[in-house]
Design a binder for this molecule. Structure first.
Ligand SMILES: Cc1ncc(COP(=O)(O)O)c(C=O)c1O
Length: 371
Protein backbone atom coordinates (compact mmCIF):
# COMPACT_ATOMS: atom_id res chain seq x y z
CA UNK A 1 0.00 0.00 0.00
CA UNK A 2 1.36 3.47 -0.83
CA UNK A 3 2.18 5.77 2.04
CA UNK A 4 -0.21 8.70 2.32
CA UNK A 5 1.65 11.95 1.78
CA UNK A 6 -1.25 14.00 3.02
CA UNK A 7 -4.41 13.36 5.06
CA UNK A 8 -7.58 14.95 3.69
CA UNK A 9 -10.42 14.29 6.10
CA UNK A 10 -14.01 14.35 4.95
CA UNK A 11 -14.87 16.89 7.66
CA UNK A 12 -12.97 18.57 10.49
CA UNK A 13 -15.49 19.24 13.26
CA UNK A 14 -12.99 19.90 16.08
CA UNK A 15 -11.78 22.98 14.12
CA UNK A 16 -15.26 24.55 14.55
CA UNK A 17 -14.77 24.57 18.30
CA UNK A 18 -11.00 25.15 18.45
CA UNK A 19 -11.15 28.76 19.67
CA UNK A 20 -13.06 27.76 22.82
CA UNK A 21 -15.45 30.69 22.33
CA UNK A 22 -18.53 28.47 21.98
CA UNK A 23 -17.58 26.42 25.02
CA UNK A 24 -17.35 29.68 27.03
CA UNK A 25 -20.84 30.71 25.90
CA UNK A 26 -22.20 27.31 26.90
CA UNK A 27 -20.54 27.57 30.30
CA UNK A 28 -22.37 30.87 30.89
CA UNK A 29 -25.70 29.08 30.42
CA UNK A 30 -24.93 26.99 33.49
CA UNK A 31 -25.36 30.15 35.58
CA UNK A 32 -28.96 30.43 34.28
CA UNK A 33 -29.77 26.74 33.76
CA UNK A 34 -32.70 27.57 31.47
CA UNK A 35 -31.85 24.54 29.39
CA UNK A 36 -35.12 24.08 27.49
CA UNK A 37 -36.52 26.80 25.20
CA UNK A 38 -34.46 29.46 26.94
CA UNK A 39 -33.94 32.95 25.45
CA UNK A 40 -31.07 31.81 23.16
CA UNK A 41 -33.56 29.58 21.31
CA UNK A 42 -35.73 32.59 20.48
CA UNK A 43 -32.71 34.60 19.38
CA UNK A 44 -31.47 31.76 17.16
CA UNK A 45 -34.96 31.31 15.67
CA UNK A 46 -35.17 35.05 14.93
CA UNK A 47 -31.82 35.06 13.13
CA UNK A 48 -32.52 31.81 11.29
CA UNK A 49 -35.86 33.19 10.05
CA UNK A 50 -34.02 36.27 8.76
CA UNK A 51 -31.47 34.10 6.96
CA UNK A 52 -34.29 32.24 5.20
CA UNK A 53 -36.44 35.30 4.56
CA UNK A 54 -39.41 33.79 6.40
CA UNK A 55 -41.53 35.35 9.14
CA UNK A 56 -41.27 32.21 11.29
CA UNK A 57 -38.58 29.71 12.31
CA UNK A 58 -38.93 27.11 15.06
CA UNK A 59 -36.15 25.19 16.77
CA UNK A 60 -36.81 21.45 17.00
CA UNK A 61 -35.10 18.22 18.00
CA UNK A 62 -34.02 17.32 14.48
CA UNK A 63 -34.54 17.83 10.76
CA UNK A 64 -36.57 14.63 10.75
CA UNK A 65 -38.95 16.18 13.27
CA UNK A 66 -39.24 19.30 11.11
CA UNK A 67 -40.61 17.10 8.30
CA UNK A 68 -42.74 15.00 10.65
CA UNK A 69 -44.26 18.02 12.44
CA UNK A 70 -44.88 19.77 9.10
CA UNK A 71 -46.97 16.76 8.08
CA UNK A 72 -48.77 16.68 11.44
CA UNK A 73 -49.50 20.41 11.30
CA UNK A 74 -50.90 19.96 7.80
CA UNK A 75 -53.01 17.04 9.02
CA UNK A 76 -51.35 14.57 6.65
CA UNK A 77 -51.64 11.03 7.98
CA UNK A 78 -53.16 7.61 7.42
CA UNK A 79 -54.69 7.16 3.98
CA UNK A 80 -52.62 10.00 2.51
CA UNK A 81 -49.70 9.80 0.09
CA UNK A 82 -46.65 12.04 0.06
CA UNK A 83 -44.48 12.24 -3.06
CA UNK A 84 -40.72 12.43 -2.64
CA UNK A 85 -37.37 11.34 -4.10
CA UNK A 86 -35.90 7.85 -3.57
CA UNK A 87 -32.30 9.12 -3.41
CA UNK A 88 -32.68 11.12 -0.19
CA UNK A 89 -31.46 10.25 3.27
CA UNK A 90 -33.79 7.65 4.79
CA UNK A 91 -35.24 10.25 7.21
CA UNK A 92 -37.33 11.90 4.49
CA UNK A 93 -39.38 8.74 3.99
CA UNK A 94 -39.11 7.83 7.68
CA UNK A 95 -40.88 11.06 8.68
CA UNK A 96 -43.70 10.35 6.21
CA UNK A 97 -44.15 6.86 7.63
CA UNK A 98 -43.98 8.18 11.20
CA UNK A 99 -46.86 10.51 10.36
CA UNK A 100 -48.87 7.46 9.24
CA UNK A 101 -48.84 8.42 5.54
CA UNK A 102 -47.41 6.49 2.58
CA UNK A 103 -44.26 7.63 0.77
CA UNK A 104 -44.64 7.57 -3.01
CA UNK A 105 -41.38 7.95 -4.89
CA UNK A 106 -40.71 9.60 -8.21
CA UNK A 107 -37.36 9.36 -10.00
CA UNK A 108 -34.78 12.13 -10.08
CA UNK A 109 -33.05 14.12 -12.81
CA UNK A 110 -29.38 14.09 -13.82
CA UNK A 111 -28.73 16.68 -11.09
CA UNK A 112 -30.17 14.43 -8.34
CA UNK A 113 -33.37 16.47 -7.93
CA UNK A 114 -36.96 15.20 -7.85
CA UNK A 115 -38.10 15.13 -11.48
CA UNK A 116 -41.16 17.43 -11.67
CA UNK A 117 -42.73 15.59 -14.62
CA UNK A 118 -42.47 12.25 -12.81
CA UNK A 119 -43.69 13.80 -9.55
CA UNK A 120 -46.74 15.08 -11.45
CA UNK A 121 -47.35 11.59 -12.85
CA UNK A 122 -47.25 10.16 -9.30
CA UNK A 123 -50.16 12.34 -8.08
CA UNK A 124 -53.29 10.39 -7.10
CA UNK A 125 -56.50 11.40 -5.31
CA UNK A 126 -54.74 10.38 -2.05
CA UNK A 127 -51.77 12.73 -2.55
CA UNK A 128 -51.54 15.49 0.04
CA UNK A 129 -47.98 16.81 -0.17
CA UNK A 130 -44.74 16.81 -2.15
CA UNK A 131 -41.36 16.80 -0.43
CA UNK A 132 -38.67 17.98 -2.84
CA UNK A 133 -35.20 17.39 -1.39
CA UNK A 134 -32.51 20.02 -1.90
CA UNK A 135 -29.98 17.20 -1.96
CA UNK A 136 -26.27 18.09 -1.82
CA UNK A 137 -27.25 21.70 -1.09
CA UNK A 138 -28.72 22.22 -4.56
CA UNK A 139 -32.23 23.71 -4.66
CA UNK A 140 -34.85 21.48 -6.30
CA UNK A 141 -36.89 22.78 -9.23
CA UNK A 142 -39.32 24.61 -6.97
CA UNK A 143 -41.11 26.55 -9.73
CA UNK A 144 -42.21 23.37 -11.49
CA UNK A 145 -42.99 21.59 -8.23
CA UNK A 146 -44.95 24.59 -6.93
CA UNK A 147 -47.00 24.59 -10.14
CA UNK A 148 -47.86 20.88 -9.70
CA UNK A 149 -48.76 21.47 -6.06
CA UNK A 150 -51.02 24.40 -6.96
CA UNK A 151 -52.73 22.39 -9.69
CA UNK A 152 -53.54 19.54 -7.30
CA UNK A 153 -53.94 21.44 -4.02
CA UNK A 154 -50.85 19.85 -2.40
CA UNK A 155 -48.58 21.23 0.29
CA UNK A 156 -44.86 21.56 -0.53
CA UNK A 157 -42.54 20.60 2.31
CA UNK A 158 -38.96 21.51 1.44
CA UNK A 159 -36.42 19.01 2.73
CA UNK A 160 -33.71 21.62 3.14
CA UNK A 161 -31.73 19.48 5.61
CA UNK A 162 -28.58 19.80 3.47
CA UNK A 163 -29.19 23.24 2.05
CA UNK A 164 -28.95 26.10 4.52
CA UNK A 165 -28.04 29.23 2.53
CA UNK A 166 -29.00 27.80 -0.87
CA UNK A 167 -31.07 30.01 -3.17
CA UNK A 168 -33.19 29.75 -6.28
CA UNK A 169 -33.61 32.91 -8.36
CA UNK A 170 -32.18 34.84 -5.41
CA UNK A 171 -34.75 33.44 -2.94
CA UNK A 172 -33.53 31.34 -0.02
CA UNK A 173 -34.62 27.73 0.39
CA UNK A 174 -36.95 27.40 3.33
CA UNK A 175 -39.02 30.28 1.94
CA UNK A 176 -40.08 28.51 -1.27
CA UNK A 177 -42.56 25.94 0.05
CA UNK A 178 -45.28 25.62 2.67
CA UNK A 179 -42.57 24.76 5.18
CA UNK A 180 -38.78 24.42 5.08
CA UNK A 181 -37.10 21.65 7.09
CA UNK A 182 -33.48 22.02 8.15
CA UNK A 183 -31.17 19.62 9.95
CA UNK A 184 -28.60 20.97 12.39
CA UNK A 185 -26.82 17.61 12.66
CA UNK A 186 -23.11 18.25 13.31
CA UNK A 187 -21.90 17.43 9.80
CA UNK A 188 -24.29 19.88 8.13
CA UNK A 189 -23.06 23.24 6.78
CA UNK A 190 -24.68 24.77 9.88
CA UNK A 191 -24.61 22.19 12.64
CA UNK A 192 -24.80 22.12 16.41
CA UNK A 193 -23.12 19.90 19.03
CA UNK A 194 -25.71 17.12 18.86
CA UNK A 195 -29.11 16.77 17.22
CA UNK A 196 -31.17 19.78 16.23
CA UNK A 197 -33.49 21.03 13.53
CA UNK A 198 -35.31 24.10 12.32
CA UNK A 199 -38.66 24.54 10.61
CA UNK A 200 -39.35 27.70 8.61
CA UNK A 201 -42.71 28.83 7.33
CA UNK A 202 -44.57 31.84 6.04
CA UNK A 203 -47.76 30.62 7.68
CA UNK A 204 -48.68 31.94 11.15
CA UNK A 205 -51.12 29.03 11.45
CA UNK A 206 -48.43 26.39 10.87
CA UNK A 207 -46.08 28.25 13.19
CA UNK A 208 -48.69 28.13 15.94
CA UNK A 209 -49.54 24.47 15.30
CA UNK A 210 -45.90 23.34 15.40
CA UNK A 211 -45.13 25.47 18.48
CA UNK A 212 -47.92 23.56 20.23
CA UNK A 213 -46.92 20.15 18.86
CA UNK A 214 -43.23 20.48 19.78
CA UNK A 215 -44.20 21.18 23.41
CA UNK A 216 -46.73 18.42 24.23
CA UNK A 217 -49.58 20.47 22.77
CA UNK A 218 -49.45 22.69 25.85
CA UNK A 219 -51.08 26.09 25.42
CA UNK A 220 -49.62 27.20 28.73
CA UNK A 221 -48.05 25.43 31.67
CA UNK A 222 -51.17 23.45 32.55
CA UNK A 223 -53.60 23.38 29.61
CA UNK A 224 -53.14 20.93 26.75
CA UNK A 225 -54.88 21.92 23.52
CA UNK A 226 -53.88 18.85 21.45
CA UNK A 227 -51.81 15.78 22.23
CA UNK A 228 -48.36 16.57 20.96
CA UNK A 229 -44.71 15.56 21.19
CA UNK A 230 -41.50 16.63 22.84
CA UNK A 231 -39.37 18.14 20.10
CA UNK A 232 -37.72 21.25 21.44
CA UNK A 233 -34.30 22.60 20.56
CA UNK A 234 -32.04 22.56 23.61
CA UNK A 235 -30.90 25.98 24.75
CA UNK A 236 -27.28 24.82 24.65
CA UNK A 237 -27.70 23.71 21.04
CA UNK A 238 -29.25 27.07 20.18
CA UNK A 239 -26.18 28.77 21.67
CA UNK A 240 -23.95 26.66 19.43
CA UNK A 241 -26.11 27.19 16.33
CA UNK A 242 -26.37 30.92 16.92
CA UNK A 243 -22.59 31.24 17.32
CA UNK A 244 -21.93 29.23 14.15
CA UNK A 245 -24.49 31.30 12.27
CA UNK A 246 -21.97 34.17 12.43
CA UNK A 247 -19.74 32.27 10.02
CA UNK A 248 -22.31 30.62 7.73
CA UNK A 249 -21.78 33.17 4.94
CA UNK A 250 -18.02 32.54 4.96
CA UNK A 251 -18.46 28.75 5.24
CA UNK A 252 -20.84 28.77 2.28
CA UNK A 253 -18.49 30.89 0.20
CA UNK A 254 -15.56 28.56 0.91
CA UNK A 255 -17.58 25.51 -0.12
CA UNK A 256 -18.72 27.20 -3.32
CA UNK A 257 -15.10 28.11 -4.16
CA UNK A 258 -13.89 24.58 -3.40
CA UNK A 259 -16.60 23.16 -5.67
CA UNK A 260 -15.55 25.52 -8.45
CA UNK A 261 -11.95 24.32 -8.05
CA UNK A 262 -12.98 20.67 -8.37
CA UNK A 263 -15.22 21.52 -11.36
CA UNK A 264 -12.23 23.00 -13.19
CA UNK A 265 -9.80 20.31 -12.13
CA UNK A 266 -11.99 17.31 -12.94
CA UNK A 267 -14.33 18.37 -15.74
CA UNK A 268 -12.20 16.98 -18.57
CA UNK A 269 -12.22 13.50 -17.00
CA UNK A 270 -15.79 12.98 -18.27
CA UNK A 271 -17.25 10.44 -18.78
CA UNK A 272 -15.07 8.67 -16.15
CA UNK A 273 -15.83 11.45 -13.69
CA UNK A 274 -18.95 13.57 -14.04
CA UNK A 275 -18.92 16.77 -11.97
CA UNK A 276 -22.19 18.12 -10.49
CA UNK A 277 -24.42 19.88 -13.03
CA UNK A 278 -25.02 23.59 -12.49
CA UNK A 279 -28.09 25.72 -13.20
CA UNK A 280 -27.68 29.48 -13.55
CA UNK A 281 -30.69 30.25 -11.30
CA UNK A 282 -29.48 28.05 -8.45
CA UNK A 283 -27.04 28.93 -5.69
CA UNK A 284 -25.74 25.54 -4.59
CA UNK A 285 -24.07 25.43 -1.19
CA UNK A 286 -22.31 22.06 -1.56
CA UNK A 287 -23.15 20.31 1.66
CA UNK A 288 -21.74 17.49 -0.44
CA UNK A 289 -19.69 17.65 -3.62
CA UNK A 290 -20.93 14.59 -5.50
CA UNK A 291 -19.32 13.26 -8.66
CA UNK A 292 -20.28 10.17 -10.60
CA UNK A 293 -17.26 7.97 -11.08
CA UNK A 294 -16.45 4.94 -13.18
CA UNK A 295 -14.97 2.02 -11.18
CA UNK A 296 -16.13 3.78 -8.02
CA UNK A 297 -15.16 1.20 -5.42
CA UNK A 298 -11.60 1.04 -6.77
CA UNK A 299 -11.39 4.82 -6.86
CA UNK A 300 -12.53 5.03 -3.22
CA UNK A 301 -9.85 2.52 -2.21
CA UNK A 302 -7.21 4.36 -4.26
CA UNK A 303 -8.10 7.64 -2.53
CA UNK A 304 -8.23 6.05 0.94
CA UNK A 305 -4.77 4.50 0.45
CA UNK A 306 -3.49 7.98 -0.34
CA UNK A 307 -5.08 9.62 2.71
CA UNK A 308 -8.27 11.02 1.13
CA UNK A 309 -11.50 10.24 2.96
CA UNK A 310 -14.70 10.05 0.88
CA UNK A 311 -18.31 9.02 1.48
CA UNK A 312 -21.34 7.89 -0.49
CA UNK A 313 -24.62 9.79 -0.07
CA UNK A 314 -26.37 7.33 -0.39
CA UNK A 315 -25.41 3.88 -1.64
CA UNK A 316 -28.86 2.28 -1.22
CA UNK A 317 -31.91 4.07 -2.68
CA UNK A 318 -34.75 4.21 -0.17
CA UNK A 319 -37.03 1.90 -2.15
CA UNK A 320 -34.35 -0.83 -1.90
CA UNK A 321 -34.17 -0.63 1.90
CA UNK A 322 -35.63 -3.60 3.79
CA UNK A 323 -37.86 -1.12 5.67
CA UNK A 324 -39.48 -0.10 2.36
CA UNK A 325 -40.16 -3.64 1.12
CA UNK A 326 -43.90 -3.34 1.85
CA UNK A 327 -44.14 -0.39 -0.54
CA UNK A 328 -43.64 -2.92 -3.34
CA UNK A 329 -41.12 -1.16 -5.61
CA UNK A 330 -39.09 -3.43 -7.89
CA UNK A 331 -35.54 -2.90 -9.21
CA UNK A 332 -35.76 -0.64 -12.26
CA UNK A 333 -38.62 1.42 -10.78
CA UNK A 334 -36.37 4.50 -10.63
CA UNK A 335 -33.57 3.91 -13.15
CA UNK A 336 -31.88 7.30 -12.78
CA UNK A 337 -31.61 7.15 -8.98
CA UNK A 338 -30.58 3.50 -9.13
CA UNK A 339 -27.81 4.08 -11.64
CA UNK A 340 -26.56 7.19 -9.78
CA UNK A 341 -26.41 5.21 -6.52
CA UNK A 342 -23.84 2.91 -8.13
CA UNK A 343 -21.59 5.72 -9.31
CA UNK A 344 -21.82 8.58 -6.83
CA UNK A 345 -19.03 9.55 -4.47
CA UNK A 346 -18.81 12.58 -2.18
CA UNK A 347 -15.43 14.29 -2.12
CA UNK A 348 -14.25 16.37 0.86
CA UNK A 349 -15.44 19.95 0.32
CA UNK A 350 -15.46 21.39 3.85
CA UNK A 351 -14.45 24.92 4.71
CA UNK A 352 -11.09 24.07 6.28
CA UNK A 353 -9.55 22.50 3.18
CA UNK A 354 -6.63 24.32 1.65
CA UNK A 355 -5.89 24.85 -2.03
CA UNK A 356 -3.14 22.23 -1.67
CA UNK A 357 -5.62 19.73 -0.20
CA UNK A 358 -8.02 20.28 -3.10
CA UNK A 359 -5.25 20.03 -5.68
CA UNK A 360 -4.04 16.82 -4.02
CA UNK A 361 -7.52 15.24 -4.14
CA UNK A 362 -7.96 16.23 -7.80
CA UNK A 363 -4.50 14.99 -8.78
CA UNK A 364 -5.02 11.70 -6.92
CA UNK A 365 -8.23 11.16 -8.89
CA UNK A 366 -6.54 12.08 -12.17
CA UNK A 367 -3.70 9.65 -11.45
CA UNK A 368 -6.23 6.84 -10.90
CA UNK A 369 -7.72 7.28 -14.37
CA UNK A 370 -4.30 7.78 -15.99
CA UNK A 371 -2.98 4.61 -14.38
C1 LIG B 1 -31.85 15.03 3.08
C2 LIG B 1 -32.02 14.85 4.57
N1 LIG B 1 -33.27 14.81 5.06
C3 LIG B 1 -33.47 14.69 6.39
C4 LIG B 1 -32.42 14.60 7.29
C5 LIG B 1 -32.72 14.39 8.73
O1 LIG B 1 -32.17 15.36 9.56
P1 LIG B 1 -31.79 14.97 11.07
O2 LIG B 1 -30.63 14.06 11.05
O3 LIG B 1 -31.48 16.30 11.71
O4 LIG B 1 -33.01 14.35 11.69
C6 LIG B 1 -31.11 14.66 6.80
C7 LIG B 1 -29.91 14.66 7.66
O5 LIG B 1 -29.53 13.82 8.37
C8 LIG B 1 -30.90 14.76 5.40
O6 LIG B 1 -29.67 14.80 4.89
Amino acid sequence: MSRAVRQVKYMDLPRQFASGEIQRKIAEEFARCQFVLGPPVEEFERRFARLCGTPHALGLNSGTDAIFLSLKALDVGPGNEVITAPNSFIATAGAIVAAGATPVFADVTADYMLDPALAAAAVTPRSRAIIPVHLTGNPADMDAIGAIANRHGLAVIEDAAQAVGAELNGRPVGSLGTTGCFSLFPLKNLGVAGDGGMLTTGSAEIDRAVRLLRHHGLRNRDECEVFGYNSRLDTIQAIVGDALLDSIAAVTQMRIEHAAFYDQALRDLAPDVVVPPRRPAARQVYHTYVVQAARRERLIAHLAERGVETKIHYPIPIHFQPAAAHLGYKPGAFPVAESQAERIISLPVHEYLTRDDLAYVAETIRAFYRG
